[in-house]
Design a protein around this ligand. Structure first.
Ligand code: GLA
Ligand code: ZN
Length: 704
């Protein structure tokens, strides 16, 4: 087995199954803690994450430590062959700390200081909070360093948010001084402060962005988000300092936030930067299965896309699903139960994309407070005879049967660029149109549907059972045959050179409207768009038109050299008015004053090609166009032959074997043709070939 990329330490070679266990809430219920162990074994759980919010249970008063309960849990776990991912408790702190050291409290962008309460509400700069987290982490590491239950550290919980206190303002100014070499002129240029007389004459005039103050200077907003990323990472590095020293061989992770319904990926900080500092990537996956605004199939594509981001963060290394719900959550607009079968299917989807665990929030529903109705393996009824418990146990059984897959990898010849800084800049840009007005005020609103546009391109590959990585613009392109970069609005330094080199060497690039517009400071490129991508694409983008929701135009491909495409495709939202310079025109607009102007071009560049799609295309175009590229470039699909709509196939492999996950994300039965290859169904042991039938939400794991 290929263990080099395996995420776990040498103690572990199984898929982890289990999750957030909060014995600290149940210390007055010893019989329940005992029962938990029995139920964990019944549910085929082999791993718990503990102490995530345990601070007041291990340090109820300053300097008074009560680790005994945690010792007992650690010992009970090891006695029952259950691994522990031990958390550092900084996600929430005891009340005594906020009371005694108010500087730990977070200040919001309106400059109001928070009161004690909730969680994830601390200042990332506060020397006191850093000292306190360092001290408690050191004690934890010293106490459990040789404990046989400990397999990994779970640092804090879902780092997020920002603090605008005076300490953070000072840290921001220092960060800027360093970035701009102590030269305020450089900062004024990067922020374009001639605008509205915003020129700064002293560093002390700089404040973090605020609705009460500055928020229209894009370079300022970007730098603040970069600072927040760096400050969060810096805080995290302080947390892991004692852990690295005392337990150098225990891997460290922190759970990143995944996707939110309506709101897209959580993008408060740049996870690509953060990932460099963790040993193992993990994320919390909470899709709104069975909602009434998208099909199961569409949602599944988006979830796959997010899994592929997290796999790509560390160059394809398997990741962990640190949290998901075994049934429902308690915070969506409508909290639907996972329909029978969906739990197994969505768990296998995670595995198919490279996850080495299925961990839950939460093991047992609490009795009180805001998460008491959030789904859990064990309900308030407290026993195993529930639908959810049975489905969880089944997933545990399946994971055992699939054990040999753990640590294997997923390879891709295609990459989609989805870049966090690009996303920030696109959301901030005041132009084109505001497409998504929901939840204004949240940064993560996908205002110009950048994320959605990337996911729609990705979908064409998912449909064909073609594996894709989801990378940012700084990743290595050389290992791919095809790089798709929708709406590459920001082009950071050296990116264009790397793209040029990739295409010159024979790679294929696809980019679209609204690309090559600004540099890393959100300053527009002068001299014609797509700026530094003009040479490789061979086009000049002169203007861009926005269309109302009910307006459409068409790309006409009549007489073009692209066979297998239809003659005409509808386009919506945006039409870039471009001129072909060295590029060949493959399609033109049908309507409006720009009828007959190029709408789809290709430029031969070195040994490769660069396509430019000038307008927002729909699913029909994307499927046909990317299918053609898949065929032209000889890109491998997991299964030969066409997959029915809503079904995908994804593959993991190691040096000995290929493992194919076939998944039906529809409410209907589907037939899949397997060709002549003979596969073993890893769950039933049957030999399969030619054609298989899959039930609604069916999943099969095939070994070639
Ligand atoms: C997050 C948190 C958990 C819990 C879940 C509920 O992912 O990390 O502590 O609140 O959400 O869905
Ligand atoms: Zn602060």
């Amino acid at each position: 087995m290929n263990k080099e990329l395996s995420v776990l330490n040498s103690k572990i070679n199984v898929f982890l199954h289990g999750g957030d266990y909060n014995p600290d809430q149940w210390l007055n219920y010893p019989e329940i803690l005992k029962e938990d162990v029995r139920l964990m074994k019944l549910a085929n759980c082999n791993c718990v994450t503990i102490n995530i919010f345990g601070w007041s249970a291990i340090e109820p008063e300053e300097g008074n430590y009560t680790f005994e309960w945690l010792d007992k849990i650690m010992n009970d776990m090891v006695a029952n062959n259950i691994h522990v991912i031990l958390a550092t408790p900084s996600g929430a702190r005891p009340a005594w700390m906020s009371e005694k050291y108010p500087e730990v409290l977070r200040v919001s962008s309106d400059r109001g200081k928070n009161l004690h309460g909730q969680r994830h509400n601390h200042c990332f700069t506060s020397p006191v909070y850093r000292k306190k987290t360092y001290e408690i982490n050191k004690l934890l590491a010293e106490r459990y360093k040789d404990h046989p239950a400990l397999i990994m550290w779970h640092i804090s919980n879902e780092y997020s948010g920002e603090c605008h206190c005076e300490l953070c303002q000072e840290a921001f100014r220092n960060w800027l001084k360093k970035k701009y070499d102590n030269n305020l002129d450089k900062l004024n240029e990067a922020w374009w402060t001639g605008f509205w007389s915003h020129k700064l004459t002293n560093w002390s005039q700089i404040e973090s962005p605020s609705e009460k103050g500055e928020k229209f200077v894009h370079g300022h907003n970007l730098d603040w988000q970069r600072f927040v990323t760096d400050q969060t990472i810096d805080f995290y590095k302080n947390e892991i300092l004692p852990i690295r020293t005392i337990t150098p061989n225990i891997p460290v992770t922190t759970n990143f936030m995944g996707s939110y319904p309506h709101m897209g990926l959580y993008i408060g900080f740049d996870c690509w930067k953060f990932a460099e500092e963790v040993d193992v990537v993990s994320w919390d996956s909470y899709p709104a299965w069975h909602n009434n605004f998208e099909s199961t199939y569409d949602l599944a594509v988006n979830v796959s896309f997010v899994h592929d981001i997290y796999r790509s963060l560390k160059g394809g290394q398997p990741f962990l699903i640190m949290e998901n719900t075994p049934s429902l959550v308690n915070w969506q607009d409508v909290n639907k139960l996972k329909r029978p079968g969906m739990h197994l299917l969505s768990s296998m989807q995670g595995l198919a994309h490279g996850a080495d665990s299925i961990l839950y929030f939460q093991w047992r529903k609490g009795r009180g407070a805001s998460e008491k109705f959030h789904g859990a393996v064990v309900d308030h009824s407290g026993q195993e005879n529930t639908r959810v418990f049975r489905e969880v146990s089944e997933v545990g059984e399946v994971l055992k049967k699939l054990q040999e897959i753990q640590g294997s990898i997923k390879e891709s010849e295609v990459a989609i660029i989805y870049d966090v800084e690009n996303r920030w800049a696109i959301d901030d840009a005041q132009c084109l149109k505001k497409e998504n007005k929901e939840h204004e005020g949240y940064r993560q609103v996908d205002r110009k549907r950048y994320e959605e546009t990337c996911q729609k391109a990705y979908k064409a590959f998912w449909n064909r059972g073609v594996s894709a990585d989801v990378i940012n613009m700084d990743c290595d392109f050389s290992k791919y045959k095809l790089v798709v970069a929708p709406m590459l609005y920001m082009v950071r330094p050296k990116v264009a050179d790397r793209i040029n080199e990739f295409v010159k060497q024979g790679g294929t690039l696809v980019t679209t409207y609204f690309s090559g517009i600004v540099d890393e400071n959100d300053l527009c490129f002068l001299g014609g768009f797509p700026g530094p991508l003009r040479e490789v694409t061979g086009i000049w983008a002169e203007e861009i038109d926005s269309l109302y929701e009910n307006e459409v135009n068409y790309i006409e491909l009549k007489g073009s050299k692209i066979d297998s495409l239809k003659e005409s495709y509808e386009v919506k939202d945006y039409c870039d008015l471009i001129h072909a310079e060295t590029a060949e025109v493959l399609g033109v607009y049908k309507n409006d004053f720009y009828a007959n102007m190029p709408a789809l071009t290709v430029n031969n560049y070195g040994k490769g090609k660069a396509y430019y799609i000038a307008a927002r295309t729909g699913e029909d175009f994307n499927n046909d166009f990317y299918s053609k590229l898949i065929d032209d470039l000889n890109i491998k699909s997991v299964i030969d032959g066409k997959l029915p709509k809503g079904v995908t196939a994804q593959m993991r492999s190691n040096k000995d074997n290929k493992y194919i996950f076939v998944m039906n994300f529809t409410e209907e039965e589907k037939k899949i043709s397997l060709g002549e290859t003979i596969y073993i169904d890893m769950l039933s042991g049957e030999a399969l070939s030619k054609e298989i039938h899959m039930d609604k939400y069916g999943v099969k794991i095939l070994k070639e």
